[in-house]
Design a protein around this ligand. Structure first.
Ligand code: XIL
Length: 355
């Protein structure tokens, strides 16, 4: 998926690069910055349990962020064993770390097209009632374990087709039809009535058709009376994304009146068509996009500002650095550099947040 995602990002950039207005070459000096968490809204970051052993990362995380999303540990591939039992050790470690450090916990993700439940669900596939029971029991088991501890869940992740034409094929849709989405929200509410329940997807900034399909699904879920409580836009960008695209997307997504989560913000710096992708130019464009994302979020009514989550603490922690691509080692997609120093994007984040 990562290679496809990166190819997707790259092709979007190619389009974006053709119509880039020249941006100013100056970068605001990265003076002594206030912590990101001083922003007037929750600032989240993804976290892997294994990263907790890195004192530099842990120190930067608790000083800068006020919310955590398990990057992997609460996903079906991490939790569900072939015999249908659950393994929560790593997820529990993140939940405990969040509680100990006063960090809000965002659960990610209960149902995702890209994870089919392996043997445990293969045994009940096409099984009608047995599949429906297994589906409900999975959601009750995972969301129920963190009842009262997870502030919210990405209940269904990436349901819209890559090109925005309809919805993804997946085991959940094949067995339950598109009602799998509304059912997931009902089961999640049954498991944890106090959690805010999100529908989450990506490329909503760069693919207006996908955004329209996503919003149509959200409206269908609401009309079905399911407890959809928020919309997540992952916001995995690249430096060549056209100015204004983020603001337009956030404005559209907010039209349903639900809380908005910019849920996985990063700005890829390698898949660019810039003629001279020098560091200054890249950092300037990255800072401009991060600033636009925060400005768009700040333009929302306060009740619609759920959180902005960045998808990694330091550049070196980014999933893009682990991609099997020739440019992965040179990715600088986040707000802090490999050594943990704030980048111009961190300065832009705080300036747009009014800090
Ligand atoms: C990614 C993680 O960052 C990687 O470490 C893992 O190998 C694959 O998943 N959209 C999502 C996230 O919703 O769950 C994905 O996270 C990135 C894309």
């Amino acid at each position: 998926m990562k290679l496809t995602r990166r190819a997707m990002i790259g092709s979007t950039l190619a389009l974006g690069a053709c119509k880039q207005p020249a941006r100013s070459q100056t970068i605001a000096p990265v003076a002594a910055l206030a912590p990101l968490r001083t922003a007037p809204f929750p600032v989240g970051v993804c976290l892997q349990a294994g990263q907790l052993a890195d004192p530099a990362l842990a120190s930067l995380l608790v000083s800068q962020f006020s919310q955590v999303t398990p990057e992997w540990e609460m996903k079906m591939e991490a939790v569900l064993k072939p015999d249908g039992t659950f393994g929560f050790t790593a997820a529990d470690a993140i939940a405990a770390y969040a509680a100990t450090n006063g960090l809000r916990l965002h659960g990610h993700t209960l149902i995702w097209y890209s994870q089919d439940g392996g043997e445990a669900f293969a045994r009940v596939a096409n099984g009608g009632e047995s599949f429906r029971n297994a589906y409900r029991n999975y959601i009750l088991g995972v969301a129920g374990r963190y009842r009262g501890r997870a502030a919210a869940w990405d209940v269904v992740n990436e349901p819209v087709a890559e090109d925005g034409e309809g919805f993804r094929d997946c085991i959940w849709r094949r067995n339950l039809g598109m009602d799998y989405v509304a059912h997931a929200f009902r089961h999640a509410q049954e498991a944890d009535p106090g959690a805010v329940l999100f529908l989450n997807d990506y490329n909503l900034e760069t693919n207006p058709k996908k955004r329209r399909t996503f919003l149509m699904l959200a409206e269908q879920v609401l009309k079905a009376g399911a407890p959809l409580g928020g919309l997540g836009t992952q916001t995995h960008l690249s430096v060549d994304v056209a100015p204004g695209a983020i603001k337009e997307a956030v404005r559209d997504l907010a039209s349903l009146g639900l809380p908005i989560h910019i849920s996985e913000l990063d700005v890829s710096t390698t898949s660019t068509r810039l003629m001279q992708p020098d560091t200054l130019r890249i950092n300037t464009q990255q800072a401009a996009l991060v600033g636009e994302a925060v400005e768009a979020f700040m333009s929302l009514p306060p009740q619609q500002r759920y959180a902005i989550t960045v998808w990694g603490v330091r550049d070196i922690d980014s999933w893009l650095r682990r991609a099997e691509t020739r440019t992965a080692a040179t990715e600088r997609p986040l707000l802090f550099d490999d050594g943990g120093a704030p980048k111009p994007a961190a300065s832009a984040f705080l300036k747009a947040a009014g800090r």
